[in-house]
Design a protein around this ligand. Structure first.
Ligand code: NAD
Ligand code: UDP
Length: 338
């Protein structure tokens, strides 16, 4: 299939491009480069043995209807994997209008242009955050959605609703909502990975920067949660496994699935302390840390039952925590290389 990949130069998008081509698909990439660089595409091409510039790229904002229109006039696409969006939780609290207009407004524009070109197939990057503070773990897809603690989370929840209503109104649409848990790791080649700007919000890039000596110590946000060691528990998933879930989701779209939602995690929860200890053991480096206050908006634990994706998509995560911490460290050490 020929796939429109919005946000394709980003962290998850770039890993998904690799898996798309390896599975025999092709892609057209759209990104406004607000949180990524076009160099990533060159690295993806290198990794795949493609010629430079072989993957068509458009530096276009998904809010720009004319820009999207021009791109779809030149390329006929079978489906869209829609990654483009802003994702910094703290920034979304400060600039809610930016998040609502970019993420929701951009998605509405994208839907309009896709529909005009007769492409009614989409895989959307949603998030575990739509569950809010759930009563019990593991999370299953039919758990009720909850109250989000920030505008970023609400954009995901609202876009899910928009896509659900669009599909309900027109059964020609096939839409898969993938609720990601905590993506970490990087491609084992060391050529692509996550490059957070400024101080990382997320645990894994913070750990790698501390291990590399770029930051003094990790602050563990709370050790008094009702979890086995008191620190927060999450379902971390290797980005390469996550990327493969999109290929599986395209299969569902091709089978005319209507609207489906899947949890994309490993089904195992690990605490912050377990992450630090595993990182130190596997990589043979120290990660100095201190225990700090809980971070506002954090839940004690968040992990899923991913069995629906296994049953219906034939997808399941294959990589474990050791792969995640090894590949994250490898990327940290190689990301400055040309
Ligand atoms: P990322 O920031 O690395 O990638 C997103 C890409 O979208 C970037 O390259 C950015 O330049 C681009 N973009 C943003 N707004 C755009 C616009 N208006 N027009 C065109 N391009 C635009 O983030 P990521 O980690 O790869 O996340 C991809 C998607 O997955 C996002 O929608 C994110 O919200 C979602 N998600 C991520 C996580 C996570 O922890 N990384 C968890 C759950 C869901
Ligand atoms: N965390 C931490 N210190 C940090 C960043 C994160 O202790 O500097 C904890 C956080 O409280 C949570 C877990 O690590 O329990 C994962 O946080 P992250 O921000 O990576 O993902 P989230 O699940 O919050 O989206």
């Amino acid at each position: 299939m020929n796939i429109l990949v919005t946000g394709g130069t980003g962290f998850i998008g770039s890993h998904t491009l690799v898996e798309l081509y390896q599975a025999g698909h092709r892609a057209v990439v759209v990104d406004n480069l607000c949180n990524s660089s076009q160099q990533v595409l060159g690295r993806v091409e290198r990794l795949l043995g493609l010629a430079e510039g072989e993957i068509p790229f458009y530096e276009v904002d998904i809010c720009d209807e004319q820009g999207l229109e021009r791109m779809l006039e030149r390329h006929s696409v079978d489906a869209c994997i829609h990654f483009a969006g802003l994702k910094a939780v703290g920034e979304s609290v400060e600039k809610p209008w930016l998040y609502y207009s970019n993420n929701i407004g951009g998605t509405l524009t994208l839907l309009k242009v896709m529909e005009r070109h007769g492409c009614k197939n989409m895989v959307f990057s949603s998030s575990a955050t739509v569950y809010g503070e759930a009563a019990a773990m593991p999370l299953v897809e039919d758990c009720p959605k909850g109250q989000c603690t920030n505008p970023y989370g609400w954009t995901k929840s609202m876009i899910e609703q928009v896509l659900t209503d669009v599909q309900r109104a027109d059964a020609e649409w096939n839409i898969v909502l993938l609720r990601y848990f905590n993506p970490v790791g990087a491609h084992p080649s060391g050529l692509i990975g996550e490059n957070p700007r400024g101080v990382p919000n997320n645990l894994m890039p913070y750990i790698t920067q501390v291990a590399a000596g770029q930051r003094r110590e990790l602050c563990i946000f709370g050790s008094d949660y009702p979890t086995p060691d008191g620190t927060g528990v999450r379902d971390y998933i290797h980005v390469c496994d996550l990327a493969l879930s999109h290929i599986a989701a395209l299969g569902a779209v091709a089978r005319r699935c209507g609207l489906e939602v899947y949890n994309i995690g490993t089904g195992k929860g690990y605490s912050v302390l377990e992450m630090v200890q595993t990182f130190e053991r596997v990589n043979g480096v120290k990660v100095p840390y201190r225990i700090g206050e809980r971070r506002a908006g954090d839940v004690a634990e968040c992990w899923c039952d991913p069995s629906k994706a296994r049953r219906e998509l034939g997808w399941q995560a294959k990589l474990g925590l050791e792969d995640m911490v090894r590949d994250s460290w490898h990327w940290q050490q190689s990301c400055g290389m040309p």
